[in-house]
Design a protein around this ligand. Structure first.
Ligand SMILES: O=P(O)(O)O[C@H]1O[C@H](CO)[C@@H](O)[C@H]1O
Ligand SMILES: O=c1cc[nH]c(=O)[nH]1
Length: 235
């Protein structure tokens, strides 16, 4: 048991885990994709489950919104439960016309406006990046399942409701693909602890066209991303 996760034993959580921000997305995945799922965490309603996917143990854990919350869950999963492969499956807002709502975007790197890096006291600007191992496995899975994704730099922001309407355009000018709120913290925690992390997001909002997915879609659909993540997790 750790401060925010009350799994009884270390072995109650698998070595590979999917991390949606929304705990009800975790429940949906457990109920629709895992065999014999068992709920190991209900603290704060941040649901976590372990089951098997095609015979291999896999867990799925809600992480909440924002870097402090992702920071807490990923740190406890890595340092107290020995999790080795952490795959965020989130939603994001697209900055580019050719990256559409329901497309899947993978963060090869995660720029950020947060100061989460202060915890590690590096003497310069740190570039949080994805695990090459997981990214290579995802690429193979994507070809096999014929589920495409776009990979590039994303940005993890602290503020969802920015006051300046065109705040995102400067990130878009640097070819940053999309915004979400957790990947950078996940990548930093994983790097520091020498484990593998990858963040993939389905586009739910579009900054250019104004299109938006519904809350229900963000919770229960986006199943292509779930399949890609599960197949990558069991490699
Ligand atoms: O859908 P999730 O995984 O929560 O991800 C995105 O959605 C939330 C904002 O609505 C933030 O957590 C952001 O990163
Ligand atoms: O952080 C996020 C997630 C989805 N859509 C956004 O606009 N921002």
């Amino acid at each position: 048991m750790s401060t925010h996760i009350n799994a009884a034993n270390k072995n109650d959580i698998a070595e590979s885990i999917l991390l949606p921000g929304d705990p009800l997305r975790a429940k949906f995945i457990a109920e629709n994709f895992l065999d014999s799922p068992k709920c190991y965490n209900e603290i704060r309603g941040m649901l976590g489950y372990t089951g098997t996917y095609r015979g291999v143990p896999v867990s799925v854990q809600g992480t909440g919104m924002g870097m402090p919350s992702m920071g807490i869950y990923s740190w406890e999963l890595i340092t107290e439960y020995g999790v080795q492969n952490l795959i965020r499956i989130g939603t994001a807002g697209s900055f580019h016309e050719d990256i559409k709502v329901r497309d899947i975007v993978v963060g090869m790197a995660a720029s950020t406006d947060s100061n989460y890096i202060h915890a590690f006291d590096v003497p310069g600007n740190y570039a949080p990046c994805a695990s090459f191992k997981l990214l290579s496995e995802l690429e193979a899975t994507s070809k096999h399942l014929d589920i495409p994704f776009k990979a590039g730099n994303i940005v993890s922001c602290d503020v969802f409701y920015e006051l300046k309407e065109d705040w995102w355009k400067k990130w878009a000018a640097m070819n940053v693909l999309a915004v979400e709120m957790e990947a950078a913290a996940l990548y930093m925690n994983a790097a520091y602890n020498r484990v593998n992390a990858l963040a993939m997001m389905t586009i739910s909002d579009h900054f250019v066209t104004g299109e938006k997915a519904t809350a229900e879609e963000r919770q229960n659909s986006f199943t292509d991303m779930m399949k890609l993540a599960l197949e990558t997790a069991i490699k």
